[in-house]
Design a protein around this ligand. Structure first.
Ligand SMILES: NC(=O)c1ccc[n+]([C@@H]2O[C@H](COP(=O)([O-])OP(=O)(O)OC[C@H]3O[C@@H](n4cnc5c(N)ncnc54)[C@H](OP(=O)(O)O)[C@@H]3O)[C@@H](O)[C@H]2O)c1
Length: 310
């Protein structure tokens, strides 16, 4: 397994262990993951991945939840593409038959460096001849929880436009992990690209805010942020970034924010460009609003996403 120290990776490692698999996690730094063996490798070095990771042993399948933590272009190409190519090479050399990859639903409309990096590895995996399952999830709960604390402190909920520009079908870490683990044994998920969301209808940012205010027993209060503001920031950073490289990175992060402010995390019809909640498959049982309730009650800590805009 790759990426077992991340949000979905930890949940997936637990789901694999719970199913009785013998799980070996390749990591870049020492880690503590219950029930698995840990091996430290240098993902930038193909030989290290083969020697220290696969170590000449029989391996049935690779499951990857690994991804750049920043989404910046260099990091995305290094991890989402090159590191995965090193693992794929080593897996093929070791006679591995199956590869389950967690990608992202947003690669349907690629505009950002990390999306192109993910697509390039998806293509390499499909071309490899290994049995593959490419899981493209919608939004995770952590990416939709950044405003719980500010709303609790009495501040308004921030939305782009009127808060209905986008929608998603959020999926919990646990439900997604179950779905990923079952890709190993469910033949209907082999050699397929699998968009997947959580249960229930699609939810807009405005509905997220309304639910939070209702749970806190307060009247809804929204602050509207114009999308044009993000365009201006991204354009300005992009210009200055041609001279100052660190600002080029910030420009890409602004473009990531702009993308999520305007694109739904749902299956998209390539012919019309429209996002379709009905066409977005659902899995699992846990809902975003149950999670919000658990966070408000103090039963659930919030993990912030690196790409969270607010
Ligand atoms: N957030 C969302 O709403 C969302 C929605 C759809 C799809 N996705 C996709 O789902 C996948 C999993 O996301 P996540 O939030 O679970 O990821 P995450 O918490 O950021 O974890 C990333 C994992 O990749 C590893 N990693 C990162 N850089 C590495 C490097 N240089 N060398 C070795 N390992 C490295 C991390 O290891 P360390 O612990 O050592 O950093 C960690 O195990 C990603 O592909 C993401 O794009 C996310």
């Amino acid at each position: 397994m790759l990426g077992a120290t991340g949000t979905i990776g930890r949940a997936t490692a637990a789901a694999l262990v719970q199913r009785g698999h013998d799980v070996v996690c390749l990591v870049r730094a020492p880690a503590d993951i219950p029930g698995v063996s840990i091996r430290q490798v240098d993902f930038a070095d193909r030989a290290s991945v083969a020697r220290n990771g696969f170590a000449g042993e029989r391996v049935d399948a690779v499951v990857s939840c690994m991804a750049s933590r920043t989404g910046t272009p260099d990091d995305a190409w290094a991890i989402d593409h090159r590191a995965h190519c090193h693992v794929l090479d080593a897996a093929q050399a070791a006679g591995v038959a199956q590869f389950v990859l967690v990608s992202a639903i947003c690669v349907q409309k690629p505009r950002l460096a990390f999306q192109h990096a993910k697509l390039a590895f998806e293509a390499a995996l499909i071309a490899s001849g290994l049995r593959y399952s490419i899981v493209r999830p919608t939004a995770f709960f952590k990416s939709l929880s950044g405003q719980i604390e500010r709303v609790r402190r009495g501040k308004p909920f921030l939305v782009f436009g009127d808060g209905t520009l986008t929608a998603c079908k959020p999926i919990s870490d646990h439900d997604l992990a179950e779905y990923i683990a079952d890709c190993l044994t469910d033949g209907s998920r082999w050699n397929r690209i699998l968009p997947i969301g959580g249960p229930g209808p699609a939810i807009t940012p405005r509905q997220q805010g309304e639910a939070l205010f209702a749970m806190l027993g307060r009247a809804p209060r929204f602050s509207r942020v114009p999308v044009a503001l993000l365009d201006t920031i991204a354009a300005a950073l992009g210009l200055v970034g041609r001279i100052v490289p660190s600002l080029a990175v910030k420009a890409e992060l602004a473009r990531i924010g702009r993308y999520y402010a305007t694109e739904s995390m749902l299956v998209r019809d390539p012919a019309t460009g429209r996002y379709d909640a009905e066409a977005t498959p659902s899995a699992g049982t846990q809902t975003l609003f149950e999670y919000y309730r658990a966070v408000i009650d103090g039963a659930q800590p919030v993990e912030r996403g690196d790409h969270a805009v607010f």
